[in-house]
Design a protein around this ligand. Structure first.
Ligand code: UD1
Ligand code: CA
Length: 454
């Protein structure tokens, strides 16, 4: 098959969203709606992608970047008018152009590929993807003749009662032969209830001139759902989430409570990992096998090895090895790298630090900007004092060091290999390897003090 060009309409404000953000940038499954559409078009084999932008053009363009070329629709006069803005870019394109809307985030590439195949096989001038909706309200209705052939598409606001009773709807996704499309677009007018140039009118025009128009019903109407409101946004989120979680379970992941588990589309989890309730897995998170994640955890852009346990953890932009235990109540901030067999326990915060093989930070500590070796033991209440009010400094703790409880390590500072730091110390100077560093006032006892006080 020849190369496919996709046009994605994304210039509308999305009035019904009641938002300052352009509708197509609202996220579903952690990804802007228009990105889902771009991905589906790419899966279907669209080589060139053209996005029509208008409302919030700069921000939409910024999000899409180099994935597409842009046509600007300065005034949003309707979907037909939006397609007209691509005329110059499409001047050199021959064959088929697929038109999509930026507000259908549940689309699957295979569905688009099937639409394209049928369009080519039928030799149609236009092929519309339709869906049979339990509740068709809000959508354009596909009006068929007595022989079931497509006659036209009528928008909800322009439909008469018999047309409104049709539940086969226009998904807003089509294949067109590019020449026929632009010829028919010259014939559309804004003489309708919304005063807009409807792309849908092209279908009726092609039919009336005797051109072949075909329609492909989608197997699952959910895939083509168009998002116009926040309520529909939440519905789409739920559908996408269910899809992702089902796929994970089918791949051998245990999801204890799908209703309270939120997994972004790009997250990957290996078999025999268990996800406990109230867990968010976001962005490009990768989890190995045999892990236990949650309950009550939020893991974002983080990779985790095998057989690692994280409970009551918030981790973002981190790398966690295998056989690691983290939690409860731990915050792993960006740049944290935990090697294999590390233990991070109750009420610990770690930032921009490497924790070496088998080291332990079990309780109540802040470790920031630290390079920690292997088999280090960090006593409860250890704080790396990494900030002098102007600059951040690093702390180095070498292999097998032992830091006593309630210690301040004032950076830049280095604790040598095998060194000990006495509990309650405020360490401002390096401690050489195999030495003991103590920096606290000596204790004195005053005998009989209590009696004298009386
Ligand atoms: C449109 C279809 C309707 C179909 C529905 C499917 C028309 C006239 N109607 O209706 O038959 O059932 O989609 O979801 O085409 N847009 C622009 N410029 C504009 C207007 C819209 O780029 O001037 C873009 C929007 O950003 C959006 C898409 O086109 O991504 C669809 O616009 P929307 O207003 O949501 O159309 P619907 O009323 O849902
Ligand atoms: Ca819509």
């Amino acid at each position: 098959m020849s190369e496919l060009t996709a046009v994605i309409l994304a210039a509308g404000k999305g009035t019904r969203m009641k938002s300052a953000l352009p509708k197509v940038l609202h996220k579903v499954g952690g990804k802007p709606m228009v990105q889902h559409v771009l991905d589906a078009a790419a899966t279907a084999g669209a080589v060139q992608k053209i996005v029509v932008i208008g409302f919030g053009a700069e921000s939409v363009q910024h999000v899409i970047g180099s994935q597409a070329v842009f046509a600007v629709q300065a005034e949003q006069l309707g979907t037909g008018h939006a397609v007209m803005q691509t005329k110059d870019i499409l001047a050199n394109v021959q064959g088929t152009v697929m038109v999509l809307c930026g507000d259908t985030p549940l689309l699957r590439g295979e569905l688009l590929l099937n639409l394209y195949r049928q369009h080519r096989e039928q030799g149609a001038k236009a092929t519309v993807l339709t869906a049979v909706m339990p509740d068709p309200s809000g959508y354009g209705r596909v009006i068929r003749g007595e022989g079931k052939q497509v006659l036209k598409i009528v928008e909800q606001k322009d439909a008469d009662p018999s047309e409104l009773s049709v539940n086969e709807i226009n998904t807003g996704i089509y294949c067109f032969e590019v020449e026929a499309l632009f010829a028919a677009l010259t014939g559309i007018t804004p003489n309708n209830s919304q005063g807009e140039y409807y792309l849908t009118d092209v279908i009726g025009i092609l039919v009336s001139q005797g051109d072949k128009v075909w329609a492909v019903p989608a197997d699952d109407h959910q895939d083509t759902m168009g998002i116009n409101s926040r309520v529909q946004l939440a519905e789409a989120e739920q559908i996408l989430r269910k899809r992702k979680i089902t796929a994970l379970m089918e791949n051998g992941v245990t999801i204890m409570d799908p209703a309270s588990t939120f997994v972004d589309e790009e997250v990957a989890i290996a078999p025999d990992t268990v996800i406990y309730p109230f867990t968010w897995l976001e962005g490009k998170t990768i989890i190995g096998s045999g892990c236990e994640i949650g309950p009550n955890s939020r893991i974002e852009n983080t990779s985790i090895g095998d057989n690692t346990v994280l409970s009551f953890v918030y981790a973002h932009d981190c790398r966690v090895g295998s056989g690691v235990t983290v939690g409860p109540y731990v915050h792993l901030r960006p740049g944290t790298q935990l090697a294999d067999d590390v233990k991070v326990g109750n009420f610990v915060e770690i930032k921009n630090s490497g924790i070496g093989l088998g080291s332990k930070v079990p309780h109540l500590s802040y470790i920031g900007d630290t390079d920690m070796g292997a088999k280090v033991n960090i006593g409860s209440g250890t704080i790396t004092v990494n900030y002098d009010g102007k600059h951040k400094h690093r702390t180095t703790i070498e292999d097998n060091a032992f830091i006593g409880c309630n210690t301040n390590l004032v950076a830049p500072v280095k604790i040598g290999q095998g060194a000990y730091v006495g509990a309650g110390s405020t360490i401002t100077k390096d401690v050489p390897p195999d030495s003991l560093g103590v920096a606290r006032a000596k204790q004195s006892n005053i005998e009989g003090w209590t009696q004298k006080r009386k």
